[in-house]
Ligand binder design. Structure first.
Ligand code: GTP
Ligand code: MG
Length: 203
């Protein structure tokens, strides 16, 4: 469980992100997918703004976790009502962050477990692949489905991914409502942090 969360900064662009030497993990997905809710579940604190209205997060929000790693709340992509200019601006900001952010270790791409695979998410993950940016998939809102529906949707998603990917990324199932998936996500981040430590010191 996360013990301490410190809000560090909100940056309008990667150029304004804080300099540090800790691993950074960013949460991203379509607007309203449940990013802020998931982050709040992980932190056991309402640190990220949640709302019924999509498009709330417009900045790159940095949180220092247990003094060991950074959690980044990125804006949602593809929010239709945001207008074309705003959407384009956010897309560029997100892409710049993904390409240029040195401490970034992995992204967590959030996917609404209720929906069939959406082009916008698949294309974003393909773009990450082309740019060699590691990511994991986090399915959200699993409490809104029965176990059978959930299993069907996850299998369908995997099958779709395997049409373009040779290997599946790590996949996590979460519900901010039921508070599930927390330990798996934190274990995964913890294991990467450990391996980064040995990379530096373990030779
Ligand atoms: P933006 O920052 O606006 O792009 O949205 P977001 O991705 O941060 O989503 P947010 O966490 O604000 O959640 C959007 C809506 O989905 C809210 O009404 C949440 O209460 C709801 N929600 C989020 N996660 C879950 C979940 O696990 N289960 C259920 N049932 N509802 C959820
Ligand atoms: Mg949000």
């Amino acid at each position: 469980m996360i013990k301490s969360v410190e809000f560090i900064t909100s940056a309008p662009d990667v150029a304004q992100c804080v300099e540090h030497h800790l691993p950074e993990y960013a949460f991203i997905g379509r607007s309203n997918v449940g990013k802020s809710s998931l982050i709040n579940m992980l932190c056991h604190k309402p640190i990220a703004k949640t709302s019924q209205k999509p498009g709330k997060t417009l900045l790159i929000n940095h949180f220092l976790i247990d003094g060991r790693w950074y959690l980044i709340d990125l804006p949602g992509y593809g929010y239709a009502k945001a207008g074309k200019t705003q959407r384009e601006k956010l897309r560029r900001m997100i892409e710049r962050y993904c390409l240029l952010r040195e401490p970034l270790v992995s992204l967590f791409v959030l996917i609404d477990s209720r929906l069939e695979p959406q082009a916008i998410d698949l294309e974003f993950m393909e773009w990450l692949g082309e740019n060699e940016q590691p990511f994991a998939i986090v399915f959200t809102k699993t409490d809104k489905l029965t176990n059978t529906q959930l299993a069907t949707n996850i299998e369908r998603y995997k099958a779709t991914l395997l049409e373009t990917w040779e290997e599946l990324p790590p996949i996590f199932l979460t519900s901010a409502e039921k508070k599930t998936g927390e330990q798996q996500l934190l274990d995964y981040i913890g294991s990467i942090n450990e391996s980064l430590k040995t990379d530096k010191t373990g030779r």
